[in-house]
Ligand binder design. Structure first.
Ligand SMILES: Nc1ncnc2c1ncn2[C@@H]1O[C@H](COP(=O)(O)OP(=O)(O)OP(=O)(O)O)[C@@H](O)[C@H]1O
Ligand SMILES: [Mg+2]
Length: 245
């Protein structure tokens, strides 16, 4: 049987605020496989950012299990968490998070600086990744000399450059107009076709529906079924559903 690249079981995360406990994730379970293109959709306050921080190894659960590529994340110290994050996950953010004083090429190269690669090798890999998003000819541009969609492409190239097994995108089209959003979603779909594993977090149904798996998050719980959005139902602890055929 295929082993999931991400295995989350009974994950709980709560916040203490003014003497009250907010249950942001309630015993969430989810398996994600290599090559999946999965979207996680939910309204404001449903737990998306909390869940993304967990998946992205930016936070640890109160309880439950998170196996990332076979390693238990809940037991890692901060250093280990940072290094697994670097190695396993390429982040794509709503606001691109590019360094404004660096060119597109330099932004893409940046993650490789920490990997001890020579200048030439870094440059070659960065160019390859800019190629993948169709932006080689903008390599020398600064972010403010690029359109929003182009900036997001640079950010996607940067996420790809360390060849991470997982791409994690948080509202990647949230800052873009609808036509540019479509272009960025096309890039994501192309990357999926090339075998990349993509997790996309959004509150936008149209965006979510372009993934091959859709998981809904509501009040800190996950719901999934075979794409029938309105007939969704809870995923139980074993990751299967009592309604599953
Ligand atoms: N640091 C915190 N302290 C206390 N409560 C928090 C904290 N962060 C989040 N919460 C609460 O946890 C719940 C989930 O929040 P989260 O930020 O994950 O939602 P979200 O789905 O990302 O929302 P949005 O779409 O508005 O970004 C909410 O009820 C929120 O108020
Ligand atoms: Mg959020």
């Amino acid at each position: 049987m295929k082993t999931p690249i991400i295995q989350i079981k009974n994950m709980v995360r709560s916040y203490e605020l003014g003497g009250e406990t907010v249950m942001a994730l309630r015993e969430v379970s989810l398996d994600i496989y290599k090559g999946d293109f999965i979207s996680i959709i939910g309204p404001s306050g449903s737990g998306k950012s909390t869940f993304m921080n967990m998946i992205g190894c930016l936070d640890r659960p109160d309880s439950g299990q998170y196996l990332l590529d076979g390693e238990e994340v809940g037991e890692m110290n901060d250093n280990k968490l940072a290094s697994i994050r670097n190695e396993k996950i390429g982040f794509i953010f709503q606001n691109f998070n590019l360094l404004m004083k660096l060119t597109a090429l330099e932004n893409v190269e940046l993650p490789l600086l920490y990997r001890g690669l020579g200048t030439k090798e870094r440059r070659n890999i960065a160019y390859e990744c800019l190629d993948k998003v169709g932006l080689r000819d903008r390599a020398q541009h600064l972010p403010n000399q690029l359109s929003g969609g182009q900036q997001q492409r640079v950010a996607i190239a940067r996420a790809l450059v360390g060849n991470p097994p997982i791409l994690l995108a948080d509202e990647p089209t949230g800052a873009l107009d609808s036509k540019t959003s479509e272009e960025i979603m096309q890039v994501m779909k192309d990357l999926h076709k090339q075998g990349h594993t993509i997790i996309l977090i959004t509150h936008d149904l149209e965006v979510a529906q372009q993934a091959s798996r859709i998981v809904r998050i509501q009040d800190g719980q996950l719901y999934e079924n075979g794409g029938d959005w309105f007939g969704s139902h809870a995923i139980y602890q074993d990751g299967a559903s009592e309604y599953q055929r």
